[in-house]
Write a protein that binds this ligand. Sequence first.
Ligand code: NDP
Ligand code: A1CAB
Length: 271
Amino acid sequence: MSTQKNIAILGSGNIGLALAKGLVKAGIYQPHQITLTRRNVAPLAYLAEEGYKITDDNEKATSKAHIVVLAILPQQLNKLLDEIKEGIKPKKHLLISVVSGVSCADIRQYLDIDVPVVRAMPNTAIAIGQSMTCIGSDNADKSSIALVKELFDTVGVTIPINEELMTSATALCACGIAFFLRSIRAASQGGTEIGFHAPDALKMAAQTAKGAADLLLQLASHPESEIDKVTSPKGCTIAGLNEMEHNGFSSAMIKGIKMSADIAAVLYKKD
Ligand SMILES: NC(=O)C1=CN([C@@H]2O[C@H](COP(=O)(O)OP(=O)(O)OC[C@H]3O[C@@H](n4cnc5c(N)ncnc54)[C@H](OP(=O)(O)O)[C@@H]3O)[C@@H](O)[C@H]2O)C=CC1
Ligand SMILES: O=C(O)[C@@H]1CCC=N1
């Protein structure tokens, strides 16, 4: 597979590690082909034992890799770019940025190098091969974009988007994991209040959410069409659903997603 090139993940926190583990789980990379960096490498010691290359030297990691993934916080980006700038070779390297709120042009402009940059917005379900990853770029050629898609296809579902929609993708898909988890948690708390032990309630709520999502994905149907099949006339579902809507259920989700998109757009300060 064309993705069999050494990869460096600069910033091995939540999403960086989820990506590394997902790629290994998918069989695309062996741990020894992946270099993981962070400043405090002590928490990565167990991964060194599994064969990953671990270092706090971003420049060295970049020099040995073809694909360089930027997976640090927006506020940490400029310092990291300062560290790797000298070692970036436009004909050798492909940069993949999962950093929220930072455009491909921002990265090139800061580096002052015309290197191909592709933005990818995965979510933490990447660790189990279930990410929804949005991919976009303003300068990478088709083969680079195809390579990034090929990479992320192994760890979930990908969709190409215009780069200007990347902050929206961040809110809907990356933050979205937390939104749906919170709704499952709330459902399980309701389940406990009506009689189930907490672990059972959580399992029942999670499997029910999974079934609801699969109804849409597997049948390609609309949520309201599936809801109509559940809501018996004068029944308990419509009573519960309307009670939730009277309390702002859909409105809260929509407003939360808009708020996340607004914040994602201003996470990066260029100076
Ligand atoms: N978490 C998520 O679900 C998603 C996050 N993202 C984006 O991914 C990025 C990372 O987010 P997340 O993983 O949650 O954040 P984390 O804080 O968990 O991870 C960031 C990591 O970067 C390391 N780091 C900081 N500075 C440097 C440096 N100079 N060199 C090397 N490593 C460094 C930190 O470790 P140390 O302090 O030891 O250096 C830390 O482990 C963000 O831009 C976020 O917006 C995108 C999609 C989903
Ligand atoms: O909360 C954040 O800022 C990051 C971006 C998307 C998910 N986590």
